[in-house]
Every structure is written in structure tokens, then in C-alpha cells.
Ligand binder design. Structure first.
Ligand SMILES: [Zn+2]
Length: 304
């Protein structure tokens, strides 16, 4: 029997060890060396034997055992241009190795799964992403980089450089710890490719169901093609431009930046905490919203 361990527990255990051996100025994590060395030390009978780039058709990363399961191989798509993305992919596959290798002997991960995988779903892809972002961007160090500073794509770019990850991965990490409502939207040709809300934004109804339907970006937004000059920009607008349910007095800060290696534009949307509450029933019971049902079904990842 193998005991199931959480992705954050595993990643934090390794971070602690690296802090002791290498000290606090140890970034970016040398994830390929680490995965091989750690697996050899801890699981000598079935280590990660090789990590290499290959022309993978239709997916971004792969973890695979040999027939006798005495060796594991990690492949990443060599056609991916972003070094940060490759490193995240290796960390993601390393996560599958540590967390899930007793369940399967092969994992094929597409670009829907890696980095921007749906964090509101509880599955092995979410686990592997959470492991990767915790390993590459440990929260204690991440907070030191951003605490007390107003967020900008320059600041997030500094984090991306420090941790050797993509701007997208750094921005997703930032919205998780933001003290206000924050939503990250990736768009191309005036339509959203995907969008991620942090917990408080999601809970207030500020999210986009991009997997269910095609959603255009608002015409008044910075990213709308007519308004977009390509450089990092920022504007303050009514929140209801993006989120029609928001009261008219709520202001939203919108920042946009082209994510060079991805051919899409990132929009970071920041809003104050929602003061308004869900409508109440006559008996005083708060109306259950989608997010509560989510939580009640136990589908939201543990963020402790
Ligand atoms: Zn995966």
C-alpha cells in the first residue's frame, strides 16, 4: 500500500531540503537534475532515468515506465519555444512520478493540462500542476518578491525570471495569493482562450466559463483589438464592463501584456473584495451559489 500524499506536501518537503543544501538564493530550481537525482536517491529501484526533448505530436509532456517498471522516462515537446514552459512541463511530469506512478505506467499531458489546467477540478492533472508551481515558485520566497509592491507585469516578469517560468505561470501564482479579487484572462483575436479566477473572485461570481462557450473580450477593454497597442498597459474602468453582475460603483484595474511565446495576450483584472452578498431567502438561509456547491462536493483543492 502506498500512502497518498498531497502535491503541496511533496513539493514543500523537497523545497525544505533544497533550502538546507543550497540556501535561499537557489533559484531557478534545476528541475531536470533534481528529478533524476531525487528519484535515484529515494526510489533506487525505479528512478527517473532520462529527461529529454522530443517531437511529441499532440501533447506537451510524457512520463513513461519501461516494461519492468525499473526505469522512468520524461519527455517534453521540443517544439515548445518557451524554456519556462518546458521546465514547468518537466516539473509537472515529476509530480506525476511522485504522486501517481503507482496508478498508471504512462501519462500523456496536453497543453490543456499543463500550467493552465483547471485548478477547480480535483484530478491528477490539477495535482501535477500544483506540485509544479509549488516546487518552482515556493510561496515563502514568492511572497518576499511581491509583498508590499503593487502588481504589474514588470513585477511578474521579475518573478518569471527568478523562477525560470513563463509569465503566465508567475501571474497564475500571483493571483492565488492576491489580497483582492483577481482574474487572469488569455485572449487572441478578441476572444478568450482561457480565464482563471482566484478563490474570492470566483466566489463573488467574477469568472468566465471559457470551457463551456466562446466568450468575446469586452469592446471597452484594453485587449480589444482596436484599443491594443501591444505594450504593457493599464487602465481603470467600471468592473461591469467585464463582469455585468458587478455594481456600477465598483472599479476594476485592467493590465494587459502580450505573452510573447504563446501568441496570446494576458489581461490581469483586479477588483476590491465584494461587499455585497448573495440574495437571502425569507428564512434567512443564504442562497447556495455555484461556488458553494463546488465546495460542498469537495471539488475545490485544499489551499492550506
Ligand atoms: Zn499531466
Amino acid at each position: 500500500m502506498t500512502e497518498a500524499k498531497g502535491p503541496m506536501v511533496e513539493a514543500n518537503r523537497i523545497s525544505k531540503m533544497l533550502n538546507m543544501v543550497l540556501g535561499p538564493e537557489r533559484f531557478p530550481v534545476k528541475v531536470d537534475e533534481l528529478a533524476q537525482e531525487y528519484s535515484r536517491q529515494c526510489f533506487a529501484d525505479s528512478p527517473i532515468d532520462k529527461i529529454q526533448g522530443e517531437d511529441l505530436d499532440g501533447f506537451d509532456g510524457l512520463l513513461k515506465a519501461n516494461k519492468s517498471r525499473s526505469k522512468w522516462l520524461i519527455l517534453y515537446n521540443s517544439a515548445v519555444r518557451s524554456e519556462g514552459r518546458k521546465r514547468f512541463t518537466i516539473a509537472h511530469e515529476f509530480g506525476h512520478y511522485l504522486l501517481h506512478r503507482h496508478q498508471q505506467s504512462e501519462f500523456q499531458c496536453g497543453d490543456d493540462d499543463i500550467e493552465t489546467g483547471d485548478r477547480n477540478k480535483n484530478n491528477i492533472e490539477t495535482d501535477a500542476d500544483l506540485f509544479a508551481s509549488t516546487l518552482l515558485m515556493p510561496l515563502d520566497d514568492f511572497r518576499k518578491q511581491v509583498d508590499g509592491q503593487s502588481v504589474s507585469f514588470d513585477l511578474l516578469g521579475h518573478c518569471a525570471d527568478r523562477y525560470g517560468v513563463s509569465l503566465t505561470a508567475a501571474a497564475l501564482r500571483w493571483i492565488e495569493i492576491a489580497d483582492k479579487r483577481a482574474v487572469l484572462v488569455a485572449s487572441r483575436d478578441d476572444h478568450m482562450l482561457w480565464a482563471k479566477s482566484n478563490e474570492s473572485a470566483f466566489k463573488s461570481g467574477a469568472y468566465f466559463a471559457t470551457r463551456k462557450r466562446t466568450i468575446p473580450v469586452p469592446r471597452a477593454s484594453l485587449v480589444y483589438s482596436d484599443n491594443c497597442s501591444g505594450a504593457a498597459q493599464s487602465q481603470s474602468i467600471q468592473a461591469k464592463v467585464w463582469f455585468p453582475r458587478e455594481p456600477a460603483y465598483v472599479e476594476l484595474t485592467e493590465m494587459s501584456k502580450i505573452a510573447g511565446n504563446y501568441d496570446y495576450t494576458l489581461s490581469l483584472l483586479l477588483m476590491p473584495e465584494a461587499e455585497w452578498r448573495q440574495p437571502q431567502h425569507d428564512d434567512g438561509e443564504p442562497e447556495e451559489d455555484t461556488f458553494d456547491r463546488f465546495i460542498n462536493n469537495g471539488q475545490f483543492p485544499d489551499r492550506k
